[in-house]
Design a binder for this molecule. Structure first.
Ligand SMILES: [Zn+2]
Length: 260
């Protein structure tokens, strides 16, 4: 056994054609690490016309090699097989956009974070695999609600990244949040003391966000999806809050305008 070889399971986030038949692929491993992997012959085709197993959203069993010759931590796939793939997401263009958005969020997060270590982020992998599995299932069952899936994914991600807003009490007076409170997306704080100039719909959207955060942290997939009322403003507030935390620009996400 070569000590530079290792096995892992990983989800495909992005692929770029390379030369005639090869691919350079970004994946998140089951330990939550972002990896760049070169797949020789990964594009399929060739004499046997084998179709490619390497598609965004697919979960692969991988046998990987680390090479000291290659720079940029590029790994080489020695062997790969399909562990799981969504069979229905591609039949619904909105669900497909959402899958692309999930992948893009993970790609940017990995690029910016630079601190993925073995097993430390395995919960992130679990969030993405759950999100894709239940997204696929909902399309199959004709029960796909885009914002229920998006807000559940984002609230779980935010919680796991340790950046969740405090939804128990008012930022200003520390009292328990009851009614007529607001949410400041930029600072990520709820407040019952800064109500001046806010209207009813803004109170309502802050309340929906509060309720989503609360339920999403206590409920697992798919219960957290079932409890969701598919509200656009909750997803949008969560995403903009997430972007402020990491100083990402929402408009830099290619799939942003396809989802919102
Ligand atoms: Zn207050």
């Amino acid at each position: 056994m070569n000590s530079l070889d290792f096995k892992t399971q990983a989800l495909v986030l992005h692929k770029t054609p390379f030369r005639d038949r090869d691919l350079v692929v970004k994946l998140i491993s089951q330990s939550g690490s972002l990896m760049s992997v070169l797949f020789y012959g990964g594009r399929g085709g060739g004499v046997k016309k084998k179709s490619s197993l390497v598609e965004v959203g697919h979960c692969l069993n991988l046998n990987l090699r680390k090479s000291s010759k290659l720079e940029n931590n590029l790994l080489t796939a020695k062997e790969w097989s399909l562990k799981w793939s969504p069979n229905h997401i591609r039949l619904n263009h909105t669900a497909f956009y959402l899958m692309s958005f999930f992948s893009e969020i993970f790609l940017k997060l990995g690029q910016e974070a630079h601190d993925y270590e073995e097993d430390e982020h395995k919960e992130l992998y679990i969030i993405l695999s759950n999100a894709l599995f239940y997204l696929d299932e909902s399309v199959q069952q004709s029960d796909f609600k885009i914002y229920a899936h998006l807000s559940t994914f984002l609230s779980k991600l935010i919680y796991q990244l340790g950046i969740s807003p405090d939804y128990e009490s008012c930022y200003n007076c520390s009292k328990e949040l009851k009614n007529d409170f607001t949410f400041n997306v930029q600072n990520g704080v709820f407040s019952c003391c800064e109500n001046e100039g806010f209207n009813k719909s803004e109170f309502e959207s802050a309340f929906k966000l509060y309720r989503k955060l609360k339920s999403s942290f206590s409920l697992k997939y798919p219960q957290s999806l079932e409890e969701d009322d598919n509200d656009y403003s909750v997803s949008k507030n969560l995403f903009h809050f997430f972007c402020y935390q990491y100083q990402f620009n929402p408009s830099n996400y290619k799939s942003y305008s396809l989802v919102f």
